[in-house]
Design a protein around this ligand. Structure first.
Ligand code: E4P
Length: 215
């Protein structure tokens, strides 16, 4: 399973990248909006210098021609830029056009298996089902991941299932068990994934015993 980080914060990206477990980055307009002071495209360019992997940058336009133009512009920032498009009719048209030009796409805001199937048929590189937002409305976000993975396997789609809207380490475990190709993980969840009280207690105990031995 690939790990992407779901943030546009440069310090967070640098810190998690230093762990050696990061395969890519996803951003969205809300995450970019939190990073004040720098233009959008500059932030994406900076991220591309830090992480050598797919970096998702989302379009703002709502009509296919505007999305396509924006997507082309974003893809010129760096070879690793993946153009993120909303899973609406215009987004699908833009996905088809950009994919035909060899531009990688991440079709986002996916909340059903049929939406994912449509994105795959339009040539999406990634489709992003939002687990946490489905859980928030008392639906089973992980069931959607299982359905998408099974459907993509049934038909041999090259589109990768990118589990998004991850809220807790359990989501990562379950997405991995379901066979999701990628999980995009917020920084806080990366920290939670690594931490275990028994590991800390174990390290403390080993050091204390070592000191006692007088070596
Ligand atoms: C995906 O690429 C989105 O940026 C993200 O996972 C959305 O997560 P949220 O529901 O926590 O905003």
């Amino acid at each position: 399973m690939k790990f992407f980080i779901d943030t546009a914060n440069i310090d967070e990206i640098k810190r998690i990248n230093a762990l050696g477990v990061l395969d890519g980055v996803t951003t969205n307009p809300s995450l970019i909006a939190k990073e004040t002071g720098k233009p959008f495209e500059e932030i994406i360019a900076e991220i591309c210098q830090i992480v050598d992997g797919p970096i998702s940058a989302e379009v703002i336009g709502l009509e296919a021609p505007a999305m396509i133009e924006e997507g082309r512009r974003l893809s010129k920032i760096h070879k690793n830029v993946v153009v993120k498009l909303p899973l609406i009719a215009e987004g699908l048209k833009a996905c088809k056009a950009l994919s035909a030009e060899g531009i990688h796409t991440n079709v986002t805001l996916c909340f059903s298996a049929t939406q994912a199937l449509m994105a795959a048929k339009a040539g999406a590189t990634y489709v992003s089902p939002f687990v946490g937002r489905l859980d928030d409305i008392n639906l089973d976000g992980m069931e959607l991941i299982r359905e998408i993975v099974a459907i993509f396997e049934n038909y041999g789609f090259a589109t990768q299932c990118l589990a998004a809207s991850i809220r807790q380490p359990r989501h990562v475990t379950d997405a991995a068990l379901a066979g999701a190709h990628v999980a995009t993980i917020p920084t806080k969840v990366f920290d939670q994934m690594l931490k275990h009280p028994l590991t800390d207690k174990g390290v403390e105990g080993f050091l204390a015993d070592w000191k006692k031995s007088g070596r």
